[in-house]
Write a protein that binds this ligand. Structure first.
Ligand code: 6PG
Length: 247
């Protein structure tokens, strides 16, 4: 079975078009839900243009900030004001100016350990969800944003690490990262990330082409295993697109 039998590939010209397409998908997910909305953000450099766009005049007025809640799929275990902090990056680019503080849900990196932070975040997610077990009929998130790292990791689920095999817990501590930055991580697991109406990967730039070639060929890596219970979309720009997917 091909990689895109159960996923959708959307190609765009460049990183600007990619951010605009991602913003439109986020708004479509918001428009489809008249109640409380839950968005799971991601870190790394890929989503930065999207986050900046959401704060722009063209988009900020189209988001119902009072009923939209913001989570993060993985975090570097560093203080919230550290430049490496994923939620800190999202806060600086758009959340702090626009979202009510009570709607921003960071992973608590002031915890005693990554495992402790993971346990606390799992309890927070379960309380938000209103149950301790996820039901495919009622996804936790409206949208989960994702990225793919050079080793095929996604969120902070690295190839061959125990987090890859976790099937019960929603969030786990990762004592050591496989790629830079080499700081401990806290990550949502496959079952928690999958609990969404849409999982949206963003990949741009020629640096991503090698890993996308491996993933789209069906190699078994975290980024190729991560999938929504509902829709999974890969948004890819021309520079990142593998040779055999061109034209
Ligand atoms: C993180 C991210 C991670 C990221 C990929 C891609 O904490 O590093 O959440 O999973 O999405 O590593 O990173 P870039 O967007 O920087 O290439």
């Amino acid at each position: 079975m091909g990689f895109f039998d159960q996923r959708t590939l959307i190609t765009v010209a460049d990183p600007e078009a990619l951010a605009a397409a991602a913003a439109e998908r986020l708004l479509a997910r918001i428009a489809a839900n008249s109640g409380r909305i839950a968005i799971c953000l991601t870190g790394g450099s890929s989503p930065k243009k999207l986050y900046a766009l959401l704060a722009s005049d063209a988009y900020r007025g189209r988001i119902p900030w009072q009923r939209t809640h913001w989570f993060i799929g993985d975090e570097r275990f560093v203080p919230p004001d550290d430049p490496l902090h994923n939620m800190g990056m999202a806060r600086a680019l758009f959340l702090d100016r626009l979202a009510p503080a009570a709607n921003i849900h960071p992973i608590p990196t002031d915890a005693a350990s990554p495992d402790d932070a993971a346990g606390r975040y799992q309890r927070l997610l379960q309380s938000f969800y209103g149950a301790d077990a996820l039901s495919p009929a009622r996804p936790l998130f409206d949208l989960v944003l994702m990225g793919a790292g050079p080793d095929g990791h996604t969120a902070s689920i690295f190839p061959g690490y125990p987090a890859e095999r976790e099937s019960a817990r929603w969030v786990v501590g990762v004592p050591e990262a496989n790629v830079a930055p080499l700081v401990p991580r806290v990550t949502l697991t496959f079952p928690a990330l999958a609990s969404c109406r849409e999982m949206l990967f963003e990949a741009a730039g020629s640096d991503k082409r090698a890993i996308l070639t491996r993933l789209f060929d069906g190699e078994n890596l975290p980024a190729s295993r991560a999938r929504s219970v509902d829709q999974t979309v890969w948004l890819v720009d021309q520079a990142a697109l593998p040779e055999n997917f061109r034209g």
